[in-house]
Ligand binder design. Structure first.
Ligand code: ADP
Ligand code: MG
Length: 145
């Protein structure tokens, strides 16, 4: 699928896998949005921009995986925004511009290994998003106010 992939959806509760406890909260997009917009994309980690309901546009990494709640028949899109929010934003509209594939999904022997990989994804995303053609997408009319 050609980038950027623009997705708009509601933030729903996840499965309490403890993203927040690990210091890496992931905002789960409503399944309808994921099904509609991300259905032809490979499972794995992506980078791009995110905006919570008219706020500032921030860097993000997204994990596109299989949703255990739907017995792995549907996909889940989980977005970690690289910003320290004061409050949760469940129920709000999340807009994301998915710009590039970072890596396929991996299995982990330990939580530490998982967290280390996500830290690396975040580093890669920060660096990539500085490229002018990626940076410019922040100004897209898709990100409304
Ligand atoms: P859940 O299992 O409900 O998805 P998480 O531990 O993954 O719980 O936390 C995700 C929630 O945390 C999001 O839905 C959002 O309301 C909130 N949140 C706070 N800061 C962030 C952030 N930087 N990125 C993503 N979500 C965040
Ligand atoms: Mg989550």
């Amino acid at each position: 699928k050609p980038f950027p992939v623009l997705v708009k959806g509601e933030v729903v509760a996840g499965f309490g896998r403890g993203g927040k406890q690990l210091g890496i909260p992931t905002a789960n997009l409503a399944t309808e949005a994921v099904e509609r917009a991300l259905e032809n994309m490979d499972i794995g980690v992506y980078l791009g921009w995110a905006q919570v309901e008219g706020g500032a546009v921030m860097p993000m990494v997204m994990s596109l995986g299989w949703n255990p709640y739907f017995k792995n028949e549907k996909r889940s899109g989980e977005v970690h925004i690289m910003h320290a929010f004061k409050d949760d934003f469940y129920g709000k509209t999340l807009r994301i511009a998915v710009l590039a594939f970072v890596r396929p999904e991996r299995d982990y022997a330990s939580l530490d290994a998982l967290v280390a990989d996500i830290r690396e994804d975040i580093r890669i995303a920060h660096e990539a998003l500085e490229q002018p053609d990626y940076a410019q997408i922040k100004q897209s009319p898709f990100f409304g106010s």
